[in-house]
Design a protein around this ligand. Sequence first.
Ligand code: ZN
Length: 420
Amino acid sequence: MHRLMSELFPICRSITGEGVRATLSHLQRHIPLEVREVESGTQVFDWTVPKEWNIQDAYIKNNKGDRIVDFKKSNLHVVSYSQPIHAKMTLNELKPHLFSLPDNPSWIPYRTSYYKESWGFCLTHQQLMELSDEEYEVCIDSTFENGHLTFAEYYLEGDIQQEILVSCHICHPSLCNDNLSGIALATFLAKTISLQPNRYSYRFLFIPGTIGSITWLALHENHVAKIKNGLVVTGVGDPGAVTYKKSRQGDSEIDRAFMHILKSSGKDHSTIDFFPYGYDERQYCSPGFNLPVGSFMRTPHGKYEEYHTSGDNLDFVQPQYLEESYNFCLQGLTLLDKNNTYLSQNSKCEPQLGKRGLYKAMGGDADGAKREMAMLWVLNLSDGHHSLLDIAERSCIPFEVVHEAAEVLRNHELLKEVNG
Ligand code: ZN
């Protein structure tokens, strides 16, 4: 995942344009993404798909002709969606268009100007302080044209038509935790899930933030009833503890699944309630859709210093954190996939487990005792109304153990899947 991030890092992405296309075509080396394009000007609910923005070059030259701010050194130097400009101006004329971070003087901020016409440069505060009162040549070689908004989907058909949605944003330039970490995790999750049999169908979305999810929802309004669970993944590679943000519903299956695996892990974590800010969960959880879509992250956006700065780089995001995040996400989705409801085939009093060899570990190891306890819980609550997650929550036994017990009982024909 970290290597994939380092390959995607140099690309100048925005909400539209060649950077997004280059990113998606790189991802196609890993998974068979279907790339889709929606024309500029398309009305999507209250929004309009914007003109396509592309940039070739940008710089500020001093009066000696040196590029003192150079887009070729970092694509963060240009405010994303800047209008083209080529002019000479004084420092005073230039200053309102310059952005820096006085508190972190060696970092370049990340700024955008998507929905208003303007232009600007981001630079380190050290660079800003060094500017003298002279004439500067300012150039942003960008284009705004009627073009397309680009996004991609990877659909994996499971046993049932109901879907699990996994969504990540692909619209930030050289920023790692914010965008690339989610892209890398979603890509590898898709790879793994494609290699195993699945009950649910899966849809992986790689979309520009906000306008991408709004566009996708506008195009698939009649389809969303199939989404039974969803997860927005972003900010999954920083050193902070993992965070799960609940869906607007607050008690949907995916909310309960992630709360259960995080709690069972014994690791440091937090769960937070839905709030209408953040990433694309804002759109999936808007009241007209109210989809059961939660978000998985580590430190929430804006709560780490490196957020939206050049400090959010390949050193800030580390493989071990990506791996831990990936494992949690895979575990959570696997739980959903295995969360069946069963009916005990022997509901009048307990079945005699001993004669079936299922009381093997009596008086033995603690794990054996735990497995037996799980079997008793599964047999008792499998009345057709309790899922395995219900049973895991009520018994305080990890889902994996409950599921394993159910498999053993099913193999002994003591349980039957409901609607299965
Ligand atoms: Zn961001």
